[in-house]
Design a protein around this ligand. Sequence first.
Ligand SMILES: Nc1nc2c(ncn2[C@@H]2O[C@H](COP(=O)(O)OP(=O)(O)O)[C@@H](O)[C@H]2O)c(=O)[nH]1
Ligand SMILES: [Mg+2]
Length: 287
Amino acid sequence: MVLSHDKNIALAKQGNRRELAKLLTIIESGEKLPINESSESWVLGVTGPPGVGKSTLIGVMIEEWVTRGEKVAVLAIDPSSPKSGGALLGDRMRMSSADNGESVFIRSLATRNHPGGLMPFLDSMINLLCYCGWTKIIIETVGSGQSEIRIVAFANRIMLVDGPDRGDIVQAEKAGIIELADVIVINKSDLPNSDNAANSIKKSLEYSNKDTDTIVMLTSSINNNGVSELIEKLDNLNINKDRNILRTKERLLSAWDYKLLSNPSLGGILLDLESGAMNLDEALEHL
Ligand SMILES: Nc1nc2c(ncn2[C@@H]2O[C@H](COP(=O)(O)OP(=O)(O)O)[C@@H](O)[C@H]2O)c(=O)[nH]1
Ligand SMILES: [Mg+2]
């Protein structure tokens, strides 16, 4: 049964995008593919509030990477619509450089189809992309809540993108994304106030953690300002052990939740809990 995908996997590895897309759908349906874990994958998680320019910035970064000979795959994760996030980025890529086709792959994933979250599939998707020769893998999410943290935690480097407005970063602080981010980018540096926003983030990092090596940068994705520097930083990033442990913890929590939520006796146990036939300790024991 599983072996029947070998041919598709071989084709996807040769660069067949339709086969790759099909395999991602198979993973999304919950099936495991016979691909070994790879420690080689280069995965960047990008998150931040809507409208700060994440997709635009990723588009510019992709172009830069492609001219350097990289193959870039994006998993655009959209909480509501199955299209918008990924399609927006996809359209942008098509508009800006039509001849990129071979080197860029964009897949949009809708979380609403997955009540248990997309997290159980992300590792397998990343492994597949890496196995098929995609050298830069990007996971883009919208927002800065608990589920976004859980998603970007599957990356091995994290970039938080923000705009010149201070309000957004406060949300990220509350959700704890700042501790996980290797790089915090204030995009739209062409607009007033971006310097202030960057400085205030630097200050709050100093207050919360004296030894932090979090990089704070300004970019403008419409003027292509600061993007090469950003790529340089990301390509040469030292993985910070403490942040890696935090990310690993989030991944473990995702796996734990998924296991709990997909337990076949969960429904019965909830009824017993509700009626008082069982207490929480007993429920945990049983599960
Ligand atoms: N002024 C300015 N506008 C930008 C910049 N980057 C993106 N935008 C605009 O911000 C809007 C939202 O961009 P988008 O990439 O869709 O944001 P996302 O929701 O974070 O992915 C669009 O109208 C972009 O043209 C920038 O660097 N400067
Ligand atoms: Mg976007």
